[in-house]
Design a protein around this ligand. Structure first.
Ligand code: PGA
Length: 254
């Protein structure tokens, strides 16, 4: 049985003050949901220390939204894995479609960040997904295959036991349009098969594959009930404590 993992991706929202108000309220709502589901919050870099302070006594995990592929030195604007570890980060989102399209993250660049993340003992939340045009022109599987092969190139399967994949169709991110639970389930099956070709069936069966793209309290139950959907990466609905808590609650009560 794969434990569901429900992760907030706050993107460029919430400085330390708003992080404090969110987590204070969220902690008050949270009961024993983290016994059933993994709950993770990904604030911006600058809000990580505040989040760590407030999550220290909880089972909620802390994630960064990206990381450098370098250890230290003359890389202006970058943040290293050791800096993330110093502030208690456990997960790193890599290859988000906004990084790919707006900041030019290529499969090769994501691959080198992924290697750095694993070497540091952090857990990657590795994002993949197709555009609407790619889906409609029959390229879904080849796009996912290129992203998976490129992102995981040269990494030995044994190092990927904790890997989390976030399948996020680009056309569903922030648009209010969710993939139907059947569309998502069918694509997760493809992702798991492609992953098995890369790292073997046994390990692939253990990897948690989140769905991302307009996940909200009113569509979460149907999505989480699909056999190959192991949680969600959530943007918009993770910005309010009550809606993010509702997702954790739905996951815990399945
Ligand atoms: P959304 O974002 O939930 O606002 O669609 C998801 C994501 O980008 O991870």
């Amino acid at each position: 049985m794969r434990k569901l993992i429900i992760a907030a991706n706050w993107k460029m929202n919430k400085g330390p003050q708003e992080t404090e108000s969110f987590i204070t309220e969220f902690n008050n709502l949270l009961q024993s949901e983290t016994d059933q589901v993994d709950v993770v919050i990904s604030p911006s870099f600058i809000s990580l220390p505040k989040a760590q302070e407030l999550l220290a006594d909880t089972a909620v995990g802390l994630s960064a939204q990206d990381v450098s592929d370098q250890d230290s030195g003359a890389y202006t604007g970058e943040v290293s894995v050791s800096m993330l570890k110093e502030v208690g980060v456990e997960y790193v989102i890599l290859g988000h479609s906004e990084r790919r399209t707006l900041y030019g993250d290529t499969d090769a660049f994501i691959n080198s960040k992924l290697k750095k993340t694993l070497e540091a003992g952090l857990i990657p939340i590795f994002c993949i997904g197709e555009t609407l045009e790619e889906r409609e022109s029959g390229k879904l599987e080849s796009v996912l295959e290129t992203q998976i092969k490129g992102g995981l190139a040269g990494i030995v399967a044994a190092d990927l036991s904790e890997l989390v994949i976030a399948y996020e169709p680009v056309w569903a991110i922030g648009t209010g349009v969710t993939a139907t639970s059947q569309q998502a389930q069918d694509t997760h099956v493809i992702v798991r098969r492609l992953l098995a070709e890369q790292i073997g069936q046994e390990l692939s069966d253990k990897v948690r594959i989140q769905y991302g793209g307009s996940v909200k309290p009113d569509n979460a139950k149907e999505l989480f009930s699909q056999p190959d959907i192991d949680g969600a990466l959530v943007g918009g609905a993770s910005l309010q404590p009550d809606s993010f808590y509702a997702l954790a609650e739905i996951g815990a009560n399945l």
